[in-house]
Design a protein around this ligand. Structure first.
Ligand SMILES: NC(=O)c1ccc[n+]([C@@H]2O[C@H](COP(=O)([O-])OP(=O)(O)OC[C@H]3O[C@@H](n4cnc5c(N)ncnc54)[C@H](OP(=O)(O)O)[C@@H]3O)[C@@H](O)[C@H]2O)c1
Length: 333
């Protein structure tokens, strides 16, 4: 079985089709999928707004957890039956997926597939932004936009575990979730976010994790303390825009170049700006392996909003598209 996104529109544009179980080519393995994730990327793909998305029709699915079922020529160190995870960007909403053997990450045998799935893309994104890009330290203050989302809930948990003070934005209905995770909530729909952040952290914040893009990155930069950093990793506010998906990026890039020039002239107060994009490779494998260890030890408990069978992908995507998610939405196969 596979789920095909047939065109622009709402979740009703997804079709369940038979699909097949392709044989893996050189240096590739076939994985029998146990769980795959629903993410905001697919909401953007529905609206043709995800950077460099394939042409319709295509099979979405950014990441997966499963079991190796077939091994292609030239693959060493992998056995049929191994449990693995992979970042695919698209194509994971299938019962069988062929992936590059070099990009699979071992999954502990007794870890629940849905729980493991919840930390593949979202966990690595949160981990790398926090520990490798912003390098957040104990005692620092960070602002997490969308602290109720798949990435945001993990950012909050990992930042709190690192000893940071966390301010998080979310809609009012998700306030309790933020508080229970250790964040100070701001309702971005009814409160003025910059004003409220300045009240909570008059000296500025050390890091802002911004998935909103466009105008928000300027506000985020202005909220920084000396030496602080904005990590920009999405453009969620453009999801309902018209026109080409690249258009909002031009203004943002111009602003970032302006800040770089200011920095080079020594007038930037040490503030930095970084774009983040998750990708497979040795650093991805290293981060995901650490995350699986934290989950297996019970130190990290990724919130899962709902689990749906693969053929109910449209219902699952609707949960995210309509803003009802608080954590990860998982498709089980
Ligand atoms: N660069 C990368 O490598 C990378 C990797 C993974 C994800 N991402 C990006 O990360 C973002 C989150 O993805 P996800 O799958 O975690 O999505 P998600 O679960 O749908 O979470 C998105 C969150 O954004 C919040 N939100 C919406 N508008 C907001 C606003 N104006 N101010 C503050 N929060 C707002 C929502 O909060 P409420 O529901 O409370 O309204 C929701 O919790 C997406 O933009 C995605 O493209 C980027």
């Amino acid at each position: 079985m596979e789920i095909v996104l047939t065109g622009e529109g709402g979740p009703e544009m997804l079709r369940v089709t038979e699909g097949d179980a392709p044989m893996p080519g050189r240096a590739r393995v076939r994985v029998r999928v146990e769980a795959t994730g629903v993410s905001f990327a697919e909401v953007q793909m529905l609206r043709r707004r995800y950077p460099l998305q394939p042409k319709y029709p295509f099979v979405p699915g950014y990441d997966l957890v499963g079991t190796v079922s077939e091994i292609g020529p030239g693959v060493e160190g992998v056995r049929v039956g191994d449990r693995v995870a992979a970042l695919t960007r698209t194509g994971a909403w299938r019962t069988h997926v062929v992936v590059k053997a070099a990009q699979i990450v071992p999954v502990p045998a007794d870890l629940d597939a849905g729980v493991a799935e919840a930390v593949v893309m979202n966990g690595v994104t949160a981990w790398q932004m926090l520990h490798q890009v912003a390098k957040v330290r104990r005692g620092q203050t960070v602002l997490v936009h969308g602290a109720s989302g798949g990435v945001g809930t993990l950012l909050v948990r990992l930042a709190v575990a690192a000893g940071a003070r966390v301010i998080g934005t979310a809609s009012a209905a998700k306030r309790d979730l933020l508080v229970s995770a250790g964040a100070e909530p701001i309702d971005y729909r009814t409160e003025n976010v910059p004003t409220r952040v300045r009240q909570l952290a008059p000296g500025g914040v050390d890091a802002v994790f911004d998935h909103l893009g466009t105008a928000s990155v300027t506000e985020s930069y202005e909220l920084l303390a000396d030496g602080g950093i904005v990590v920009s990793y999405g453009s969620a506010t453009t999801v309902n825009d018209q026109g080409h998906w690249t258009t909002p990026y031009f203004g943002m890039i111009a602003r970032v170049l302006g800040w770089q020039i200011q920095r080079l002239r020594g007038r930037g107060r040490g503030r930095r700006f970084s774009f983040y994009y998750v990708k497979p490779g040795p650093r991805f494998t290293e981060a995901l392996t650490q995350l699986f260890a934290l989950v297996a030890a019970g130190t990290l408990d990724p919130p899962i909003t709902a689990r749906y069978p693969l053929d109910k992908a449209a219902e699952a995507l609707r949960v995210l598209a309509e803003g009802h998610s608080t954590g990860k939405v998982v498709l089980e196969v």
